[in-house]
Design a protein around this ligand. Sequence first.
Ligand code: CA
Length: 261
Amino acid sequence: MKQKRETRYFVEVYGEESDAVKTASKEENRMAKILIIEDEESIARFVELELKHEGYDTDKAFDGREGLEKALSSDVDLIILDIMLPMLNGMEVLRRLRAVKDTPVIMLTARDAVMDKVSGLDAGADDYLTKPFAIEELLARIRVALKKKAGAGTQESGEKMTIRGVTLDADRHEVTVDGEDIELTNREFELLRLLMKNKNIVLNRDKLISEVCGYDYVGETNIIDVYVRYIRTKIDDRFGIKLIRTVRGVGYVIREDDRES
Ligand code: CA
């Protein structure tokens, strides 16, 4: 029975992706942890699925009191906070949180509730989104908020690299091919960034797994092959290039000057 339940969970959470990807998302712990405080369970659940799919670690709370407790007691990198909540409303959660912590907060407000937005930002929210929102919009706001947080202490600038028409901008978390935007998941992006940064150097699978999936990754060993395949579908197939080369028995490389492609 236990096995059965677990399988169903994976199907619900990860849809039709391969086993390797399911395992990776589960084992991954290098990614940011996001707390969703939202009493509408369908929204909370949907957001959680999407965040997990992107590789984020998540936690949920369905009322303001539980949310504040989790926000204060655990190591959370970002909070998605609904305003209308039972027990303690979102504004109050934010005020109490800000008295002790500066965890980035993205508030969810009802449509056209201008006052909410203003008071939310005044109370120290980093950003807000109006319901109903597109999940892509939320993901973009999350990336911005996390980047702002990461850059708060240092002024280190991200890399911008171009190899054979493929440009990766780490600061903006963007990949373009001949000026066209490519949508990559966080792990696909990280894998591409590593290969581009180490251009002309063959990186073995172990190295790539530890960098992309975390050092204590214990899942499927073909995980990197799966991500490479996804990247090839999104870039190589579409633009008729051979960007990532397989070096049999070793790993992968991106060559700056690849005559064969
Ligand atoms: Ca609500």
